[in-house]
Design a protein around this ligand. Structure first.
Ligand code: SF4
Length: 618
């Protein structure tokens, strides 16, 4: 942590990652928005506030309580959070804890989840201000106003004082986005040295903001009313820097790379800036708008992968979504990309209004038969706040989760079961499994042997923790504890402190008699979820005595305890085929002999995944 003069106020910017599903750390959580905010505020305002971005390594790996402790330890005057679908609930939890522990800390929320429909975010009481839309200018003015006290922070366009400051929610309507014009006045966080390529040599680059399409499921249009471009000279300057900065991949963030009228000229710039072919590009575009010669040009410029959304082949569903795509034109563009050697990731959405079993199936068959992909992503529609579909959800008959990811649960023509069956059909057709959870045996093996050598012992003999080799601190990913012996009245006291937990936690419990110890085990889970409700949690039970004591009533109690708290990841997985409720799970490590015990296997298998251990191995 860099030294800071005690008189300087610290504004700390935080972006929490997509929750990891296993023990592998999250990827791709580049704090680009925070980078823009910092670069702009430093340049335009010469603010006397020191702005820091919480290092990605910490944001990505620390568990809920560990994050709170880390942030408080930096003594920020203000904390700004970027709120996305996947992190907004966890962000609010962290913000609430910060307020509880140090009420004077100012909390500012920004990002796509800040929208009038999201009253549950705006009225959470966890924040002082919300920034609507593009945040660079608004955040800089807010910092200045909050710091100087000569300007009222409540009169800044785009900044909304929230309920905890005494303003009524109806004031939200006054907060109009406040975009910077011309766009080049937003500095590049890379050129300004605010951000560096991530650990894999990847940078994110916008060539413009805005999208000329208005797909009704997308919340991009709400933030950007029209197209605004970065200049060619700015792009070339960034690419020149990338050539010297060991960049390996540039992810182009334009929502539709070929949606602009000067697309050919843009590709020329990308090619010119990558004439030595030092890096590759990836991008999103619309295949149906692409000419074959443009696919060749993209490949020559170094574009190695594109995401192309087919979404649906049904004309009625396309019309309702305001996204007309002729499947034949899509196929022509996708084939051109494939012939040019560009890897194609194709998206299909399940649950669009107007789509039914047959039409979704036609989309799957169309892609599979014509082999228009290297990878296919099939996902359920999210009825996102701020979109036309959300505004008209009742009229369209859409039932959806009331919290992220806001997945559609029912449409007039599709039930949740039908949607899950269609996703399964797609998995079979494309020979893949979408968003698989790591195999239970693999998890157990990782925790049991490989990476996670215990590096520290707690003060009690009954709880070991393993720091799994993190370089950024001492957070534990695997926590082992035995439920036998003294201390069962307060078993949570045997755990390492929550401030040392990672955001993906494997809790490994041992007991001679799990049935007798089931309430103790449930109390441990309760405690863990209270301290870390948004942490990815997997629980391994390892019987030390008779495996049959891992009884159905023990497993049922533990599963029920795990799902008393529902996280984003649980909701995400709850609509997937084959998932009971969500992402949390129980794994029982049983002796090989248990494999032959059909009755126990069937009973226990209703609640837990079973892993059999043969002579000390799996
Ligand atoms: S889905 Fe893509 S093309 Fe459609 S409005 Fe959103 S960003 Fe634009």
């Amino acid at each position: 942590m860099a030294a800071r003069k005690t008189t300087t106020r610290l504004a700390l910017l935080v972006q929490l990652p997509i929750p990891p599903v296993g023990l592998t750390p999250p990827r791709g959580n580049v704090p680009l928005a925070a980078g823009y905010l910092k670069a702009y505020a430093q340049r335009c305002c010469g603010t006397d506030v020191q702005i820091e971005i919480l290092p990605q390594e910490i944001a990505d790996r620390y568990g809920d309580a560990a994050l709170v402790a880390e942030i408080l330890g930096r003594e920020p005057w203000l904390v700004g959070f970027s709120c996305y679908l996947w992190n907004v609930e966890r962000t609010l939890w962290v913000a609430r804890q910060l307020k509880q522990q140090r009420a004077e800390t100012l909390i500012v929320l920004g990002g796509p989840e800040i929208t009038p429909e999201n009253t549950w975010v705006l009225q959470s009481g966890a924040a002082d201000y919300a920034v609507v839309g593009e945040g660079e200018a608004t955040f800089a003015r807010l910092l200045h106003a909050l710091g100087s006290r000569r300007v009222s922070p409540d009169a800044i366009p785009g900044a909304v004082p929230l309920a905890s400051r005494g303003a009524a929610l109806s004031d939200f309507g006054l907060g109009q986005p406040n975009p910077v014009e011309p766009l080049d006045e937003v500095p590049s966080p890379y050129l300004d040295g605010v951000l560096a390529p991530d650990g894999e040599g990847t940078i994110y680059l916008e060539t413009l903001r805005g999208c000329r399409f208005r797909c009704k499921y997308c919340y991009y249009p709400k933030s950007f009313r029209r197209l605004r471009m970065f200049s060619q000279s700015r792009l070339l300057e960034t690419l020149r820097w990338a050539n010297t900065a060991d960049v390996k991949e540039i992810v182009l963030l334009d929502p539709t790379l070929n949606g602009r009228r000067d697309f050919d000229a843009l590709v020329d710039v990308l090619a010119h800036g990558n004439s030595a072919q030092r890096f590759s590009y990836s991008a999103e575009l619309r295949a149906e708008l692409l000419e074959p010669r443009q696919a060749e040009k993209l490949a020559a410029a170094g574009v190695s992968e594109v995401e192309i959304g087919l979404q649906t082949v049904d004309p009625a569903a396309q019309q309702l979504a305001s996204r007309r795509t002729d499947p034949e034109e899509f196929a022509r563009g996708a084939n051109a990309l494939g012939s040019a050697g560009i890897r194609r990731r194709v998206d299909l959405i399940v649950g669009l209004p107007g789509d039914g079993v047959e039409s979704v199936r036609r989309g799957i068959e169309f892609l599979a038969r014509r082999k228009l992909y290297e990878e296919v992503q099939v996902f359920n529609l999210s009825v996102l706040p701020g979109t036309a579909f959300r505004r008209n959800a009742r009229r369209l008959g859409l039932v959806y989760q009331d919290r992220p990811p806001y997945a559609v649960l029912q449409t007039p023509t599709l039930s949740l079961e039908q949607m899950a069956a269609l996703v399964e059909e797609a998995e079979a057709a494309f020979g893949t499994c979408f968003d698989p959870l790591p195999a239970a045996a693999e998890l157990v093996s990782l925790a049991d042997t490989g990476r996670c050598e215990p590096t520290a012992k707690s003060s009690t003999p009954r709880a070991d923790l393993c720091s799994s080799g993190f370089s950024s601190g001492s957070v534990a990913q695997v926590i082992r504890m035995s439920l036998d012996g003294p201390g069962a009245d307060k078993p949570w006291a045997l755990l390492p402190p929550p401030q040392r937990w990672a955001n993906s936690l494997l809790l490994w419990l041992q007991a001679a008699d799990f049935d007798a110890a089931r309430h103790t085990a449930a109390a441990v889970l309760d405690y863990v979820l209270c301290q870390a409700p948004h942490t990815t949690l997997q629980v391994v039970l390892e019987p030390q005595g008779d495996y049959q004591q891992v009884s159905p009533r023990c497993l049922s109690l533990l599963l029920e305890t795990l799902y008393r708290t529902i996280s984003y990841l649980d909701r995400y997985y709850s609509v997937q085929p084959g998932r009971l409720r969500g992402a949390k799970r129980l794994v029982v490590v049983a002796p090989e002999a248990a494999r032959k015990d059909r009755r126990w296997r069937q009973a226990a298998g209703q609640y837990a995944e079973l892993v059999f251990r043969r002579h000390g191995t799996l």
